[in-house]
Design a protein around this ligand. Structure first.
Ligand code: AMP
Length: 438
């Protein structure tokens, strides 16, 4: 494997903007519409390799942005190189139906302005779902996201068009092996054209995954994005509030005299500026740090903060990585971070060395889904903080419900009302022009 060479050459990249990958304009529109600005570390490393046509084995957990790391270059390759519109071009095999639905929805968002078609295929559907799936796999959806057992069942019936397949993705491969899917996966792979690009993603890399990789991948590049979990000693609390309640709650939390060095993280420069202004209005001693500031100014703010003269710093993720400031005793996430890794980095600013630390995260309803992904990544349910009674009603947080809603939405979209004019399995009508979809 030539992984170490790739890692070294790619280490220099940091905070890459998506515009720097040179994606097709239609894909760039989808990225912008999804609200992504800069690539996550796994995206930075994996996207160039896939664009080059390499096989890749990557260790990356959910919450790192790994799905877009393979979807974006795959969509781009389909848009910019010859692809057979009457064949399945890419197959993404995943362990569960929930993940299949989630990835297919993600794909729909990113490919919204393209004419790429896709379908999620998973067990447990009714007869209507089966007919839709059969139609898609025999006429050729561009990208199929499937669970192993259900795809194997379709292949056994003999109508699945696999001869044009160029890309294979195994996602959460360790989970698939744990669930006993090895034989099903090998059955499917034995029916695919041998010349294809293979991508394998796994949260962990036990020997059996290495063995699978050796059988399936050809001279793969290796990417390792391992995220350490937040130290146990950090006290984490989640506050579920409505957006307008966030500001008064932060003021309340900041007024707790037991914290003397505090960083408040926001997800955008604009949000940092607005929050700093508001806190100053409340007479709090606060300054801001973000990418719009000159280097000199940033350094000055940091010196004040480090020396203890400035107790509260409002920052973007510019401060979440690599900057070593001792004795931060409270981190407040005013916005839920974009990905789990940022969360771990942000709250890792506190509880350094021997110190204990506290991390509060404010979560409005629109960020609840992101929060469930972070909780999955750190493998714990974060205790909820008590919002003062005089704040009135606060939102419910039901992570299970969020997953179920996802599935219901998907079912309604695909099987609720048959589509006219298309192939019935996707709003993406292959024969329509890209602009026809806007
Ligand atoms: P994943 O690890 O693929 O499950 O992604 C975790 C979450 O991060 C999903 O909600 C994605 O929509 C989101 N995400 C992925 N890439 C980016 C990015 N570059 N910027 C912001 N959010 C992202």
């Amino acid at each position: 494997m030539n992984g170490s060479r790739n890692r070294l050459s790619l280490q220099k990249l940091s905070g890459l903007r998506f515009s720097e990958f040179g994606f097709d304009d239609r894909l760039t529109d989808g990225i912008l519409a999804s609200g992504y600005e800069t690539a996550t570390p796994v995206q930075e490393q994996v996207i160039p390799l896939i664009l080059e046509g390499k096989d890749v084995i990557a260790s990356a957990q959910t919450g790192t942005g790994k799905t877009a790391a393979f979807l974006l270059p795959l969509i781009n390759r389909m848009l910019t190189s010859a692809h057979d519109p009457n064949a399945i071009n890419a197959m993404i095999i995943v362990p569960t139906r929930e993940l299949a639905v989630q990835i297919e929805q993600h794909l729909e968002g990113l490919s919204y302005f393209t004419s790429i078609s896709s379908i999620a295929i998973y067990g447990g559907g009714d007869g209507n779902a089966f007919i839709q799936e059969k139609k898609a796999v025999s006429m050729g959806a561009d990208i199929v996201v499937c669970t192993p057992g259900k795809m194997m069942a379709h292949i056994k019936m003999g109508y699945v068009k696999l001869s044009g397949l160029k890309y294979l993705v195994l996602d959460e491969a360790d989970r698939m092996l744990d669930m006993g899917f090895y034989d099903d996966i090998m059955f499917i792979i034995n029916h695919l054209p041998p010349k294809r690009q293979n991508l394998l993603f796994s949260a962990t890399m036990p020997v059996k995954i290495r063995e699978l990789a050796r059988r399936i991948l050809s001279n793969p590049a290796e990417v390792n994005i391992s995220i350490s979990k937040p130290p146990e000693k950090i006290k984490q609390l989640a506050y579920h509030v409505y957006e307008p309640q966030k500001m008064p709650l932060v003021v309340q939390l900041l007024s707790d005299a037991s914290f003397s060095r505090i960083v408040v993280f926001c997800s955008s420069k604009l949000s940092v500026k607005q929050l700093t202004r508001e806190l100053r209005r409340k007479k709090l001693k606060v300054d801001e740090i973000h990418g719009d500031l000159e280097q000199d100014k940033r350094e000055e703010v940091l010196i004040h903060f480090k020396s203890g003269r400035l107790p509260i710093l409002v920052a973007t993720d510019i401060l979440s990585r690599g900057i070593d400031i001792d004795n931060i005793d409270l981190v407040i996430n005013y916005d839920v971070p974009h990905d789990g890794e940022d969360y771990v980095h942000r709250i890792g600013r506190t509880a350094r060395a021997e110190a204990d630390g506290t991390a509060f995260t404010l979560i409005s309803p629109k960020d609840q889904r992101k929060w469930t992904q972070i909780e999955r990544l750190i493998e714990r349910t974060v205790a909820q903080g008590k919002v003062p009674d005089d704040f009135g009603e606060t939102p419910q947080y039901q992570p299970r419900q969020l997953h179920n809603n996802n599935r219901q939405e998907h079912k309604r979209k695909f099987y609720g009302k048959p589509k006219s004019g298309g192939q019935g399995h996707n709003r993406n009508n292959r024969s329509g022009s890209a602009s026809g979809k806007k």
